[in-house]
Write a protein that binds this ligand. Structure first.
Ligand SMILES: Nc1ncnc2c1ncn2[C@@H]1O[C@H](COP(=O)(O)OP(=O)(O)OP(=O)(O)O)[C@@H](O)[C@H]1O
Ligand SMILES: [Mg+2]
Length: 502
């Protein structure tokens, strides 16, 4: 088959650090080529080079055997390369339609033939089954729909080679199936896809070939049919990973938090909370299953003090909560791994160190008696200890956290939120975007917290994660509790039905 892309001897240095080192990658026409590697292995960096966002320190890119110089994303687009980034780049204040035509040269000038453009986009969307509502604002549509907008945008600009950097991390199982259908359709038409995912099942399902990266270098390229999940894991992290099997708790202790018929409707009825009663006991993991957008975000906000109930009441460790404020809840020893690490979890232009000690700058060990002179050395030593313990891959704890790879940013949040022995841990999609080793680490750490008496409220769109981790499972649908199920031998069919509102 025809080779459409060859990246040869690509090296990218940030300062003295090699994010990519002598990488070779060859992509054929009509294939799904997966890049597999641990958090920080250099996958996004390599793709950002292909898309003209970074210039390689060394190396050469060939498209259809011709050497090319990709000096900007505009050039990449002209050359037929499209990219859906790990962190979406849609403009929230605009509609779907405006986002798709943004930067399109056909629309330069004042007179945009909106109807003609719309027709063109709708034809594309029908051809590939990319359902989008063109007149909605980006903020009004679900993550899965935003994903489709990004893909549609790339196709509209004429992409022949599409890079999908962790497109499934934030999607539900059903949305992933939809995406895979679209990907199959695209490759049938001769387009090529570079796919990045940490989910082994997906990788084995959709890829034609798989290239493994490890610490910035290529390990090898394999045909899907000739490998197994175990072999891939081994090549990727350099060790075997045996399946985890956590023991389940059936008799939790007294509740850390209890909700009594809580109502919250400020947003809309469907994603508010409708008479929600539930409790999280000390020493148990309560898993909330359900399709995203059925009140999970509001539940997480409520139990972290961000929003207050409009009806009903909340007890924390046996006392009625009178005021709801995030700080008050932090003082009650509630920890939070938030849904969106970039918006809520990390301060991007602060260092890894500052982010790790963010909540504890008032503590005596990090400040003097007056609390204004931060003990930088103590902070740094502590941060470095956490870097070790949580295996945060960064050049230094003084590095800005926004330059860390996605998975490593998540580990910074975990170090901050899990180290202070919380009474209640609210974990929202805690392993989203993490590699298999890091995911195992987070799961083990959550189990250890539980076993020390922490109550854990686990909200996750990853059904496997809910089943594996939860001592008890509650399904939410349209803001209400649809059912409660045991975590030991969970009745999967019943849970799935409840998730669909049946
Ligand atoms: N602008 C930058 N400045 C300094 N270091 C950077 C920059 N961008 C990336 N890095 C570093 O390069 C390495 C590779 O990062 P990259 O984002 O490519 O990893 P990745 O394989 O995509 O990981 P993940 O699976 O977590 O998304 C990381 O150690 C990261 O900290
Ligand atoms: Mg990445």
């Amino acid at each position: 088959m025809e080779e459409i892309l060859r990246m040869e001897h690509i090296t990218k240095k940030f300062g003295e650090f090699y994010a990519n080192k002598d990488i070779n990658l060859s992509v054929l026409k009509g294939e799904v080529h997966t890049l597999l590697g641990e958090n920080g292995a250099g996958k996004s960096t390599l793709m950002n080079i292909l898309f003209g966002l970074y210039q390689p320190t060394a190396g050469q890119i060939y498209l259809h055997s011709k050497p090319v110089h990709i000096d900007s994303p505009a050039t990449a687009v002209k050359l037929g390369i499209g990219m859906v980034h790990q962190h979406f780049m849609l403009v929230e204040a605009m509609t779907v339609f405006e986002n798709i035509i943004l930067g399109d040269r056909k629309t330069k000038g004042i007179f945009i033939d909106r109807d003609a453009r719309k027709k063109e986009i709708l034809e594309l969307s029908q051809r590939y089954g990319l359902d989008v509502e063109l007149d909605k604002q980006i903020t009004e549509i679900a993550v899965g729909a935003q994903q489709r907008v990004e893909i549609l945008k790339a196709l509209y600009r004429g992409a022949e080679l599409l890079v999908l950097d962790e497109p499934t991390a934030a999607l539900t199982d059903i949305e992933v199936e939809g995406l895979f259908k679209i990907m199959n359709k695209l490759t049938e038409e001769g387009k090529s896809i570079i796919f990045i995912s940490h989910k082994m099942r997906e990788v084995l399902h959709i890829s034609n070939r798989i290239t493994i990266l490890r610490t910035g270098e290529t390990v090898c390229t394999l045909n899907r049919g000739e490998t197994t999940g175990e072999e891939l894991a081994n090549l990727m992290i350099g060790r075997e990973l045996t399946p985890s099997q956590y023991t389940k708790v059936t008799e939790p202790e007294a509740p850390v938090i209890a909700l009594h018929a809580v109502d919250y409707h400020k947003t809309s009825k469907h994603n508010g909370l409708n008479g929600v009663s539930l409790q999280v006991g000390r020493g148990e993991i309560l898993g909330i299953a359900g399709v995203d957008g059925n009140g999970q975000s509001q539940l997480a906000q409520l139990v972290t003090g961000v929003i207050a109930p409009e009806g009903g009441s909340v007890d924390m460790k046996g006392s009625r909560v009178a005021t709801f404020s995030p700080n008050g809840f932090i003082l009650e020893n509630v920890s939070h791994i938030p849904e969106d690490r970039n918006k809520m979890g990390l301060v991007g232009n602060m260092s890894v160190m500052e982010n790790i000690v963010l909540k504890e700058t008032d503590e005596p060990r990090f400040s003097d008696a007056k609390g204004w002179h931060l003990k930088k050395r103590a902070m740094r030593a502590y941060a470095e200890q956490m870097q070790q313990k949580y295996d945060i891959r960064c050049q230094s704890v003084l590095q800005e956290s926004r330059n860390l790879s996605g998975g490593n940013q998540q580990k910074v949040i975990l170090a901050r939120e899990l180290e202070n022995n919380p009474d209640l841990l609210v974990a929202v999609h805690p392993t989203r975007g993490l590699d298999i080793g890091a995911t195992r680490f987070v799961h083990d750490t959550m189990i250890a917290a539980r076993d020390k008496g922490c109550g854990v409220l686990l909200i996750s769109a990853d059904f496997d994660e809910i089943l594996e981790m939860s001592d008890r499972i509650i399904v939410m649908f349209e803001g209400a509790v649809m059912g409660e199920f045991p975590g030991t031998n969970p009745p999967i069919d019943q849970i799935s039905l409840a998730m669909a509102g049946k």
